[in-house]
Design a binder for this molecule. Structure first.
Ligand code: NAP
Length: 285
């Protein structure tokens, strides 16, 4: 299979004021790769100290090295978000080292195609535990810290596939529907603590991770759009995405930065769709 994606053209300079997040501490799960890396990069560029957290040291170390080389203040924590004890230990470590947590980005997730009728209990459990339980465990773990410091922001990365149904992704769509429900419920429950809780639903962004997840089984009849060459991919985007291009991690990072900034002060319980209009488009269904 060929995969050589040319990222969407993004402005080099941020639209945000330099130093916008100076003094803030942001914890980004899954921050070593793909969209999470793009989020970490922008937050660090805006002055936040960014902690990236995931399972694999090779993801964390490589990402941290690149971010530091670009001038970012970055640290790493190894965590499996499915494990509430390790999640609590992660939050304790960050709080001990940095003194506060202003922003949690629940970005870690797992996904793959699997027919629902033969989906194994373990496969179901694994995805639901990473995407949904992980989001809850991390959110719950930061509450005492945010409460004590008088507030904070939580942004969870959801998806749009559960809006219309997506064959062979019952596990991930169910989990992300749960993330949306959690976002609304926790937003109301924890508003008295000054915690703003929102979600972002990205459209298709051809990260390495999503390319693996969205490679459909050969006999499934589902088109393997990421197998196409650049020009074919661009054609597909023009047809399936009303705004005519694939997304880039920076598209999602911009929304995270907006929600983390004072502009997000009166926004909570919202699910921001950032997808170029893809989910509304019949051609994309
Ligand atoms: P990705 O690069 O595969 O990101 C997933 C990240 O989660 C990895 O950094 C991975 O790091 C981490 N992770 C996985 N399991 C974990 C666990 N148990 N504990 C801690 N960390 C774990 O894919 P992506 O495309 O950037 O996706 C990022 C987010 O965007 C996900 O929430 C995804 O559902 C959402 N999303 C993506 C798209 C898209 O088109 N790309 C569309 C809609 C929504 P380790 O392997 O090191 O643990």
């Amino acid at each position: 299979m060929r995969f050589s994606f040319t990222p969407a053209r993004m402005p080099d300079t941020s639209v945000f004021r330099p130093g916008l997040l100076d003094g803030q501490v942001a914890l980004v799960t899954g921050g070593g790769t793909g969209i999470g890396y793009g989020i970490a990069e922008l937050l660090a560029g805006l002055g936040a100290h960014v902690v990236i957290a995931s399972r694999k040291p090779e993801h964390l170390e490589q990402a941290a090295g690149q971010l530091r080389a670009a001038g970012g203040a970055v640290s790493t924590v190894a965590v499996d978000v499915r494990d509430p004890e390790r999640v609590r230990a992660m939050v304790e470590q960050v709080t001990n080292e940095r003194g506060r947590i202003d922003l949690l980005v629940n970005n870690a997730a797992g996904n793959f195609y699997a027919p629902s009728e033969s989906l194994s209990p373990n496969a179901w459990k694994s995805v639901v535990e990473i995407d949904l339980y992980g989001t809850f465990f991390c959110s719950q773990a930061v509450v005492p810290v945010m409460k004590q410091q008088g507030g904070g922001r939580i942004v969870s990365i959801s998806m749009t596939l559960h809006y219309r149904g997506w064959p062979q992704m019952a596990h991930a769509t169910a989990a992300k529907a749960g993330v949306d429900a959690l976002t609304r419920t926790l937003a109301v429950e924890w508003a008295p603590y000054g915690i703003r809780i929102n979600a972002i639903a990205p459209g298709p962004i051809p990260t390495e991770g999503v390319r693996k997840a969205f490679t459909p089984p050969a006999d499934s009849g589902i088109p393997d759009v990421f197998a196409a060459a650049d020009e074919a991919m661009a054609r597909y985007a023009r047809k399936a995405i009303p705004l005519g291009r694939w997304g880039a991690p920076r598209d999602i990072a911009n929304m995270v930065a907006f929600l983390a900034s004072p502009a997000g002060d009166w926004i909570t319980g919202a699910i921001m769709v950032v997808d170029g209009g893809e989910w509304l488009s019949k051609a994309g269904a």
